[in-house]
Design a protein around this ligand. Structure first.
Ligand code: B1M
Length: 216
């Protein structure tokens, strides 16, 4: 199969919500020596974006969104070991507490960001999804984190990013950590509005941003 055909099949496997096919195509791309991040961005992401758009216009429904999300997660978990292997810069740059904010269960993008940060030399404490503010604060203190990284995919939950920043201020930790935010609805304007230190549009950008924030 040509690379373009493979990418199209990857996209279609997500639209079909077929985790088995998605996993098999992910393995094929590794065998062909394709950069796993390229496989995600040019193969699988167009599929999930299509599903998201169809969902927005009411042409697809929640069960299809769930199946597409599962297929996407399965494909990425096949590619993760290869992504970690390819991360060449191995020194530890800093500690990152990573979470999808409270009320939000989207974990695909957050996990991808965590994988990339870990692959490029950050020690990542991935707390999962729907994480209460108090847990984020506790972990930040416990591991003496350098960065708190907050993902939010919903316009209704992005406000929790602001709440975490305020909570960090309240407990006197704000000047000890950098706060980076991300997720589809997040913009530079939002970063300024809530007093975060930066945002990135994707997982690769997150690595550059984390390095910049720590000056490494
Ligand atoms: Co949801 N969902 N969803 N969903 N879902 C969206 C976000 C939506 C835009 C779909 C739509 O309507 N078009 C919409 C939000 C609308 C809005 O708020 N404006 C939506 C909705 C409405 C909902 C529900 C409310 C639906 C319902 O129940 N009626 C519900 C909410 C549940 C909740 O969280 N409380 C819901 C549920 C779900 C599923 C569970 C079914 C599933 C998630 C499965 C999972 O994660 N395990 C799901 C999915 C799959 C999506 C879409 C289709 C895809 C999200 C995704 O995984 N993208 C999404 C539409 C879309 O985005 N196209 C949608 C792929 C991923 C690689 O990209 O997550 O953007 P992304 O992450 C990127 C960047 O954003 C960035 O880097 C990542 C990698 O490049 N990034 C960061 C992310 N976090 C970062 C952090 C950083 C830096 C960069 O630093 C800290």
């Amino acid at each position: 199969m040509q690379t373009e055909e493979l990418f199209q099949a990857m996209s279609q496997s997500i639209i079909d919500g077929d985790a088995d096919v998605a996993a098999s195509l992910a393995r094929q791309s590794i065998d062909l020596g394709i950069d796993p991040l390229q496989a995600i961005n040019q193969g699988f992401v167009p599929g999930i974006n299509h599903v998201g758009n169809q969902f927005s216009c009411g042409d697809m429904f929640l069960p299809e969104l769930v199946m597409a999300g599962e297929a996407m997660k399965t494909a990425i978990s096949e590619l993760e070991p290869e992504m970690s292997k390819r991360g060449t810069e191995r020194q530890v740059y800093g500690k990152v507490v990573l979470a999808t904010v409270q009320g939000d269960i989207h974990d695909i993008g957050k996990t991808l960001v965590g994988t990339m940060l870990a692959a490029y030399g950050f020690q990542v404490y991935d707390m999962g999804v729907d994480v209460p503010i108090t847990k984020i604060i506790e972990k930040t203190r416990e591991v003496n984190a350098n960065i708190v990284a907050l993902s939010a995919l919903l316009t209704t939950t992005m406000v929790r990013q602001k709440d975490v920043i305020e909570a960090l201020e309240d407990v006197g930790l704000r000047d000890k950590v950098k706060v980076m935010v991300g997720g589809a609805p997040v913009t530079q304007e939002w970063v300024q509005q809530i007093g975060a230190d930066g945002y990135s549009e994707d997982a690769v950008g997150a690595v550059g941003l984390a390095k910049k924030l720590l000056g490494v």
